[in-house]
Design a protein around this ligand. Structure first.
Ligand SMILES: [Zn+2]
Length: 596
């Protein structure tokens, strides 16, 4: 392992410029006191929102203050992320987070007060030009209104809320603190197991290490399966309780309604993926053949099937490659990327104390920032394309929309980043003759499909099952859940893999199950991205223009309306799902053809 360098010894051109947010720490303090003082003014609007000019002033002030908050939070947090041993910025981050909580408390009267307005009144206000920035917010209140109960009932529900979140906390305690894994024997000695290490072990070329890791991981969940089942079934019952109390058709309908997603999207996803399982089975069979095994096990699913083909590019060359791959997006897009890469938006290299991983952080009225920890791996080149996708989505939305509706929903949040990754894969495949690199890229792409689309859809199916059981008044025991999970696992991966018995406990280690009906968005996001990238790469007429319009919508429309702008319909047809699955099939055919 190379020793990490100090941040001071990194050239300024590889560091982001946080003075674009506020000029100095002193200015940050000034802005902090300005916000703390001005947010008190909001209290004065309580009970007065029936007057339209007061309402507009109140919403404008709230919006202006949260916009400033954005700069305040970003400045402290990003400084802290570049050196997490820096107590000064850590303290500033804590302070601004506490201030944000206070801000949330102060403004918490606004939505309930508006909910009391009649639907006609709310629609009338939403249609007025001075309220245009708040129209999506007001429409959401109209939509949720019929699920608001009487004052007395709401009071009871809010008291229930003080302990109903307990299931997630209990799971998190078990999963992060109390769980006991057996050590994993490796050629370098016995190693402790952890969530982070598990994926590292599963990629080990040493099959014995993979098997031991698999046994250690799921053996631990098997040991406590009664406890986890009780916690998870409690959490599902909680979801069903809230859905019933608020008059939703089902727990799924309630969860999807938050982003106004038609449940047909969910069922279309499940049935379309079922239709494509044959191709997944064929990929699993190929994996078995490529690894040269008689029997493929669940613990052989993550080991790379072809040797690493790292393209080992210097950062500048990696950026040039990404820009070439995104050339199809047009000059305007590339010119913003050039600004991003050269004008203090990006923090490139690792240094002592810097936070690991990568992210993009859009700051309204300033510009997006991007954090990398660039090393010369192929994966890191993909990370550049991915994070720049997020940054560009923020950039386009922030430029086109007023602050109050610039922020897009989670449902569409991974589309722009994945479009860029897919375009990079397509570009590299078209421009290289290197067979080893081609194989690497094709299997990388297939694994993206397997983990992001198939695996998450299988999870989605499990969540649907567990919630429906409770809705039908049936018991949710560990046997019922583990049997169903095992059945799904066999159905999804097919006969080429041994469906090891311990895999039946896998559901017990998925933290996302405590935010029910969330993971399907990973699958739909990638499905949309693959379809968009396919259309753009083929040069389909109007595809690029529609996509750029999609990037500019932010939160001014619902996610499904936003997708319609990009020319995607997930409700009345399965076309988009089919296109993505066809890309999956073609990718597998290409990979197989390289063996000839
Ligand atoms: Zn992302």
């Amino acid at each position: 392992m190379q020793k990490l360098i100090n941040r001071d010894s990194i050239d300024a051109k590889y560091k982001w410029r946080l003075t674009d947010l506020v000029a100095s720490d002193d200015d940050w303090e000034d802005l902090y006191s300005q916000i703390s003082t001005r947010m008190q003014e909001l209290i004065g609007y309580q009970g007065k929102l029936a007057d339209e000019s007061s309402l507009l002033e109140c919403l404008d002030l709230e919006s202006d203050l949260s916009k400033k908050f954005g700069r305040l939070i970003a400045y402290a947090t990003m400084h802290y992320h570049t050196d997490e041993s820096n107590t000064k910025y850590q303290a500033m981050t804590d302070r601004v987070e506490r201030l944000a909580v206070k801000f949330g408390e102060i403004t918490s009267f606004i939505t309930p007060e508006l909910t009391k307005f009649s639907t006609t009144r709310l629609s009338d206000i939403a249609s007025k030009s001075e309220f245009v920035a708040y129209a999506p917010y007001l429409k959401k209140i109209i939509k949720d209104k019929r699920h608001i109960l009487s004052e007395k009932e709401e009071k009871i529900l809010s008291k229930v809320g003080s302990f109903s979140g307990g299931f997630e906390n209990i799971f998190s305690m078990i999963d992060n603190v109390d769980i006991k894994w057996d050590k994993v024997k490796t050629p370098e000695g016995d190693m402790d197991m952890s969530h982070g290490r598990y994926s590292y072990f599963l990629q080990s070329p040493d099959r014995k290490v993979r098997k031991r890791a698999f046994t250690s991981m799921f053996g631990a969940y098997k040991d406590i399966i009664n406890t986890i089942s009780a916690v998870y079934s409690g959490s599902v019952k909680k979801d069903v309780f809230y859905a019933e109390a608020r008059g939703y058709k089902s727990a799924m309908a309630k969860a999807l309604s938050r982003e106004d997603i038609n449940p047909k999207v969910y069922t279309n996803l499940l049935s379309s993926i079922h239709g494509a399982l044959k191709t997944l089975h064929s990929y699993v069979a190929y994996r078995k053949k490529a690894l040269g095994y008689d029997k493929l096990h669940m613990y052989d699913m993550y080991v790379p099937i072809c040797e690493g083909a790292d393209i080992k590019l210097e950062y500048e060359d990696a950026c040039d490659l990404v820009k070439k791959a995104l050339g199809v997006m047009g000059e305007d897009y590339i010119s913003v990327i050039n600004t991003a890469l050269t004008d203090g938006w990006v923090d490139v290299y690792e240094n002592k104390g810097k936070r690991s991983g990568a992210y993009s952080w859009g700051v309204y009225g300033v510009h997006p920032y991007v954090l990398f920890n660039y090393t010369k791996t192929t994966h890191d080149v993909f990370t550049i394309a991915h994070e720049l996708g997020h940054a560009m989505h923020s950039y386009y939305s922030s430029h086109a929309q007023p602050y109050a509706c610039h922020d897009y929903e989670i449902f569409v949040a991974e589309i722009a980043s994945t479009v860029n990754e897919v375009l990079l894969i397509k570009y590299l495949l078209a421009s290289t003759e290197d067979k080893k690199l081609k194989k690497y890229l094709l299997s990388y792409f297939l694994d993206m499909f397997r983990t992001t689309i198939f695996r998450q859809t299988m999870f989605s199916e499990f969540e649907k099952f567990s919630h429906e059981k409770v809705e039908q008044g049936q018991p949710l025991t560990w046997e019922v859940m583990s049997d169903e999970y095992h059945r799904l696992n066999r159905q999804y991966y097919g006969k080429s893999v041994v469906s090891d018995d311990l895999i039946r406990y896998e559901w017990a280690r998925i933290p996302h199950f405590y935010s029910a009906f969330y993971v399907y968005k990973y699958a739909t996001g990638m499905i949309c991205a693959v379809t968009i990238a396919d259309r753009i790469f083929r040069g389909e007429e109007g595809a690029l223009e529609k996509y750029k319009e999609f990037l500019s919508i932010g939160g001014s429309k619902t996610p499904l309306e936003t997708l319609a702008v990009a020319g995607l319909d997930l409700v009345s047809t399965k076309e988009v799902f089919k296109t993505a699955m066809k890309v999956f099939e073609d990718t597998l055919i290409q990979l197989k053809s390289l063996d000839d």
